[in-house]
Ligand binder design. Sequence first.
Ligand SMILES: NC(=O)c1ccc[n+]([C@@H]2O[C@H](COP(=O)([O-])OP(=O)(O)OC[C@H]3O[C@@H](n4cnc5c(N)ncnc54)[C@H](OP(=O)(O)O)[C@@H]3O)[C@@H](O)[C@H]2O)c1
Length: 296
Amino acid sequence: MLRINWISVDPGMSGWITNKRSYMPAVKPGSIMRAFGLGEVIESNSDSLSVGDTVTGFTGVCTHAVLSDKYLRKVDISEAPPQMYLSALGMTGYTGYFGMTDIGRPEPGQTVVVSSAAGAVGSVASQIAKKIGARVVGVAGGPDKKSYLLDELGLDAAIDYRNEELAASLEVAAPGGIDVYFDNVGGEFLDAALMQMNRHGRIVVCGGISQYSDWENAQGPANYMQIVTHSLTMQGFTMRDYMTRIPEALEELLEGYKSGSLKSREHVMTGIESFPEAFDMLFSGDNQGKLLIKIS
Ligand SMILES: NC(=O)c1ccc[n+]([C@@H]2O[C@H](COP(=O)([O-])OP(=O)(O)OC[C@H]3O[C@@H](n4cnc5c(N)ncnc54)[C@H](OP(=O)(O)O)[C@@H]3O)[C@@H](O)[C@H]2O)c1
């Protein structure tokens, strides 16, 4: 049995409660909402987990859970604060890492654009691209997030899409065109990026949060013929593709955390009852970094 200490609040949850074809079965009304969580083992019949161990996995939005050890992963909290295993050192961090290194594959000097760049996944993806030596342009909403991208993450340029016209600003920020677009937003963002992609550019389809509030009427990219005319590659992924490679990502991200080169920020809500308010923040953009709920 686990006592759950932290819960991760993720945009993907909106997809988990629809009946649209997806990579996991829909959460049924009346059942416990699916969520990544982190907690402490307080009772154990397992050979691999002992009382006192800290573990992560799909714990659900709850205070305690009884789960098989095959669905849990032990983490070393002597290396980093526990909640970081739900943020930059957890699934969102791994998503940014694999999306950028395995699919985006920027080369030094190439131009990378990342949307929702101040968020959990986008901030890691941006920093990985910088580490590779790319020129990185981050897109986020509001002056505070823009300053964060420039001053804290050290990106080469940033666009506040709430106060700047996206397509025109992209032309200024990426005058030589875009080699890699890491898309967290979809919709108009994807269309704007498509029009400025360089030949043989790569689009990493990580998410499309601008479309999650109306799954029935999700908008596809109108400018998709750019994929043909500029020989682009557009590839989606989920962490399901990379489960066996988690140790590789964790080693790299942990090294960045310990050396201070990997920055991350967490937006912490308190108490399980804050879940509905927290979930809404993802879509208003009120979260400043990885959105977490502290349970106990
Ligand atoms: N493929 C995978 O395996 C995988 C795994 C995890 C997450 N994801 C995807 O990655 C993306 C980011 O997730 P995250 O956990 O890192 O969340 P996040 O970026 O920390 O938080 C969500 C952010 O999305 C932005 N946003 C919300 N509505 C928007 C809209 N209509 N237009 C533009 N921006 C909007 C807001 O930032 P602004 O204030 O900047 O607008 C908001 O703060 C999501 O699309 C998510 O589904 C994919």
